[in-house]
Design a protein around this ligand. Structure first.
Ligand code: COA
Length: 139
């Protein structure tokens, strides 16, 4: 397995990412056109297996003041092996400044993953928590 940056002009990559999106976000999945735009103007880290198939991704909308982690997803059959943590560490290292994200309140697994990486709940919007990570490490 390896992590590298996705290329928005590679249609096969977009299709793999879109398939993961559908498999983990269901009715909230972003469409291929939206994904391509976000990857073109943002940053998308992909996790590839030895056959070059993408099995996980992290999509960031970088911003000078506050980066936005739009998506973190691992194909269900590859979950629970540390890949989600690896992708998250990768984007935190790549974008060390303040970062925010939104996560469904019932997604306990993702929330604990984010908390372990120093994200804290800072707000709420409907069914989601807003979480934020500042640059300074906790005491
Ligand atoms: C959240 C997600 C990205 C985590 O990816 P992952 O590859 O499973 O993550 P990891 O293997 O690094 O495990 C993360 C934590 O979940 C725990 N975990 C792993 N498999 C689990 C399972 N089957 N049930 C419950 N917890 C599990 C791990 O123990 C780990 O916690 P730990 O470090 O305390 O041991 C993945 O579950 C996913 O794609 N979920 C659907 C999409 C989603 O919810 N995205 C985040 C919101 S935007």
């Amino acid at each position: 397995m390896r992590i590298e940056q996705a290329n928005y002009s590679n249609q096969e990559d977009i299709e793999h990412i879109s398939a993961i999106e559908d498999a983990v976000f269901f009715e909230n999945a972003l469409g291929e056109g939206t994904l391509r735009r976000e990857i073109e103007y943002g940053y998308c880290a992909v996790l590839r297996d030895d056959m070059d198939v993408i099995v996980g991704f992290a999509l960031v909308r970088p911003h000078f003041e506050l980066h936005d982690l739009l998506r973190l997803g691992v194909m269900p059959c590859f979950q629970g092996r540390g890949y989600g943590s690896w992708l998250l560490s990768h984007v935190i290292t790549r974008f060390p400044g303040p970062m925010m994200l939104m996560v469904r309140k019932n997604n306990a697994r993702a929330i604990s993953l984010y908390e372990r990486n120093n994200f804290v709940i800072t707000g709420t919007t409907g069914e989601s928590w807003v979480m934020r990570r500042s640059t300074s490490e906790p005491p």
